[in-house]
Design a protein around this ligand. Structure first.
Ligand code: FAD
Ligand code: NAI
Length: 472
C-alpha cells in the first residue's frame, strides 16, 4: 500500500479480536487492513486454542462414551479402539475450515489481509516483515493492536517447553501418541480441559495446582464439586502443591513437588508434562518503544475506557490488554473499538462476560461468585437446583451437576449464575441475556421454559433463589 492513501484502520493481529474488528470495519465502509504473522487467520483461538481443543474434547468424549457409557443405555458396541490419527485429522479439518472461512469473510468485506509481522515505525506507520520475504510499510489513520497472548513458560530450570516431553497447550493438541502418564502443572482451564482429553484417551493424569482449589477463580462451592467429579473420572489432584524442580531424562521427566502448607516433598514421574500456568501478552517486536507505549506490571498494554493507548490514534484490544483472556471478550472489544473509531461510541459490559470450561460435565458462570460478594459485603441469597431432579437430565441419564443462582436479597437482581452440568455452556447464555437486560430472578422464573428440557433446571434455580422450587 506504499504510496496509496492511508488506511482508515490497520489491525495488527488476526485473532478473534483482530479479525472481528477487521470485518466490522469493512462493514462500516472503512478502508481496512489486517496484518497477521502466523500464516493463517483466527489467532490462538482458531489455530491452537478454543477450536482444536473443543474438537478433541468432543471426540474424546464420544470415545469414552463408546467405552463406558453405552451398554447401560441399551447400545451394545463391539470392540472400541482409538484411532488417534483420525481424531487429530478431524480436529485439523475443523480448524482449516474455520480459518479459511475467516479469510473468506475478510475478502467479502474488502479487508486487505497482509501476511507478515507488523512493527511500529511511528504511530501511524507500520513496517511489515512479509512472510513471503521482503518488507512493506502501511500507513493508517487508526491502528488497533490485537496481538494476543502466548503460554507463560515455567520459571526455573528443567521445564523448558520442547513440545515433546514438556508441552504447552499447543503440544497437547497434537501429541502423536497417548502418553502413559501426564502431569499437568496448573489446574486452570487449560489444565482441566486438556487433562480431561488425555485422561479419556487413556493417559494417567495428575494435576498439580498451587492454590487450594482448581478452576482458576470459579465459585468455591462449584470448584469443589467440579474437582470431585473429575476425580471420580480418574484425574488425580495434588492441590496446595508446587513444583520445585524438574529433570528431563530419556523417557520422561522427574518432578520434585512440595506441599505449599506442610512443606512435604515428593517426586512424581511423568512421560509428558503439560505446563498450563497461565498466558502472557505478546508485545515483543512490535516497536512499542519507538512510539512510547509502556507496559503495565503484567506486561499488558494499558488502555482507557475507549481502548485508547497512551498514543493518539493507537487502540488496543483482546488478550494483550486488561481483562479475562477469552475469545468472546476480544471479539466484543474489536467491535466496540471500531464503532468508537467510526461513530464515537461503543461499549462492552464487563460485568456480563460468561466463562465456560468445556469438560464433561461443563462448567459455566457469569457475574460474581459467593466469595466475591462476601468480600464486597453484598447482601445476597442463593437458589440451587440439581440436575438429578430435572426430568430431561434423568431421561438422558446425565444427572450430574447443579444450577446456582445468586441474587441481591431485596431486589432479586441476578448477581451471578454458576452451573455445572450437561450443556452448561449453552445454558449460561440465558443467564447473560437476563443479566444484560437487568431481569430479576423472578422475571426468569416466570418465563415459560419448555418441558422436558435441561433449561427447566435454570428456571427452577431462579425460583429457588427467592421462593421455593416446584420439583425439588
Ligand atoms: P490471539 O487469538 O492470540 O491472536 C493474536 C494474533 O496476533 C496471533 O495470531 C498472532 O500470530 C498475531 N500477532 C502477534 N504479534 C503480531 C505482529 N507483531 N504482527 C502480526 N501479527 C501478530 N477462549 C475462549 O473464549 N473459549 C475457549 O474455549 C478457549 N479455549 C482456549 C484453549 C486454549 C488451548 C488456549 C491456549 C486458549 C483458549 N482460549 C479460549 C483463549 C482464546 O484463544 C484467546 O482469549 C483469544 O484467542 C484472544 O484473542 P486475541 O485476538 O486477543 O489474540
Ligand atoms: P489459568 O489462569 O486458567 O490457570 C492457571 C492455573 O495454574 C491457576 O489455577 C494457578 O493457580 C496455577 N498455577 C500457576 N502457577 C503455578 C505453579 N507454579 N504451580 C502450580 N500451579 C500453578 O491459565 P491456563 O489454564 O494456562 O489458561 C490460560 C487462559 O486461557 C485462561 O485463563 C483462559 O483465559 C484461556 N482459556 C480459556 C478457555 C475457555 O474459555 N474454555 C480454555 C482454555 C484457555
Amino acid at each position: 500500500a506504499t504510496g496509496a492513501d492511508p488506511y482508515d484502520v490497520v489491525i495488527i493481529g488476526g485473532g478473534p479480536g483482530g479479525y472481528v474488528a477487521a470485518i466490522r470495519a469493512g462493514q462500516e465502509g472503512l478502508r481496512t487492513a489486517c496484518i497477521e504473522s502466523r500464516g493463517s487467520l483466527g489467532g490462538t483461538c482458531l489455530n491452537v486454542g478454543c477450536i482444536p481443543s473443543k474438537a478433541l474434547l468432543n471426540n474424546s468424549h464420544h470415545y469414552e462414551a463408546a467405552h463406558h457409557d453405552m451398554k447401560h443405555r441399551g447400545v451394545d458396541i463391539g470392540n472400541v479402539s482409538l484411532n488417534l490419527d483420525t481424531m487429530m485429522k478431524a480436529k485439523d479439518t475443523s480448524v482449516t475450515g474455520l480459518t479459511k472461512g475467516v479469510e473468506g469473510l475478510l475478502k467479502k468485506n474488502k479487508v486487505d489481509y497482509i501476511k507478515g509481522t507488523g512493527s511500529f515505525n511511528s504511530p501511524n506507520k507500520i513496517d511489515v516483515n512479509l512472510l513471503d520475504g521482503g518488507e512493506t510499510q502501511v500507513e493508517a489513520k487508526n491502528v488497533i493492536i490485537a496481538t494476543g497472548s502466548e503460554v507463560t513458560p515455567f520459571p526455573g530450570q528443567g521445564l523448558e517447553i520442547d513440545e515433546k516431553q514438556v508441552i504447552s497447550s499447543t503440544g497437547a493438541l497434537d501429541l502423536p501418541k497417548v502418553p502413559k502418564k501426564m502431569v499437568v502443572i496448573g489446574g486452570g482451564i487449560i489444565g482441566l480441559e486438556l487433562g480431561s482429553v488425555w485422561r479419556r484417551l487413556g493417559a494417567e493424569v495428575t494435576v498439580v495446582e498451587f492454590m487450594g482449589s482448581v478452576g482458576a477463580g470459579m465459585d468455591g462451592e462449584i470448584a469443589k464439586n467440579f474437582q470431585k467429579i473429575l476425580a471420580k473420572q480418574g484425574v488425580e489432584f495434588k492441590v496446595n502443591t508446587k513444583v520445585v524442580s524438574a529433570e528431563k531424562h530419556a523417557d520422561g521427566v522427574k518432578l520434585n513437588v512440595e506441599g505449599v502448607k506442610d512443606g512435604k516433598s515428593e517426586a512424581i514421574d511423568a512421560e509428558v508434562v503439560l505446563c498450563s500456568i497461565g498466558r502472557r501478552p505478546v508485545t515483543r517486536n512490535l516497536g512499542l518503544d519507538k512510539i512510547g507505549i509502556e507496559l503495565d506490571n503484567k506486561g499488558r498494554i494499558p488502555v482507557d475506557g475507549q481502548y485508547n493507548t497512551s498514543v493518539p490514534g493507537v487502540k488496543c484490544i483482546g488478550d494483550v490488554t486488561f481483562g479475562p483472556m477469552l475469545a468472546h471478550k476480544a471479539e466484543e472489544e474489536g467491535i466496540a473499538a471500531v464503532e468508537i473509531i467510526k461513530h464515537g461510541h461503543g461499549h462492552v459490559n464487563y460485568d456480563v462476560i460468561p466463562s465456560v470450561i468445556y469438560t464433561y460435565p461443563e462448567v459455566a458462570w457469569v457475574g460474581r461468585n459467593e466469595e466475591q460478594l462476601k468480600e464486597a459485603g453484598v447482601n445476597y441469597k442463593v437458589g440451587k437446583f440439581p440436575f438429578l431432579a430435572n426430568s430431561r437430565a434423568k431421561t438422558n441419564m446425565d444427572t450430574e451437576g447443579t444450577v446456582k443462582f445468586i441474587i441481591e436479597a431485596d431486589t432479586y437482581e441476578i448477581l451471578g449464575v454458576h452451573i455445572i452440568g450437561p450443556n452448561a455452556g449453552e445454558m449460561i447464555a440465558s443467564a447473560a441475556l437476563a443479566m444484560e437486560y437487568k431481569a430479576s430472578a423472578e422475571d426468569v422464573a416466570r418465563t415459560c421454559h419448555a418441558h422436558p428440557t435441561l433449561s427447566e433446571a435454570f428456571k427452577e434455580a431462579a425460583l429457588a433463589s427467592y421462593s421455593k422450587p416446584i420439583q425439588w
